[in-house]
Design a protein around this ligand. Sequence first.
Ligand SMILES: [Zn+2]
Length: 141
Amino acid sequence: MANSKLKPGSTVDSWCTKCKLVLAHTVETMLDGKITRVHCNTCRGQHAYRATAPGSSKASGGASKSARSKVEKAPKQNDLETLLRGRTAASARPYATTERFAPGEVISHAAFGLGVVTGERDSIKIDVQFADGPKVLMHGR
Ligand SMILES: [Zn+2]
């Protein structure tokens, strides 16, 4: 960890609670090799060390990785419309894990709404295209 080189007086990037930005701070106090208090080089405000902006709760280790997990959400709205063409919601079967569904069937899911089975992965999983994207569901359990 880069923290091992830090000591009171070192400059470190921290979230400033007053400036509401990640800015250069000076380490005030440390405990067990971890920065506890810092002061902001910009506004001089003293506060607890916080590596990242509030809300990004996962990054608490002080590692400054830019691994902002990107949610891959393909806009596949048109696919469902194409798949549903010529079909009605009335032909949809309510989804339940105990039921079995074949590719091409229209299902209605309590949470995801109307969907079309696009494929079968193995005997217990099906790929279903919903309005907000493809999902893998269990069936035949
Ligand atoms: Zn500040």
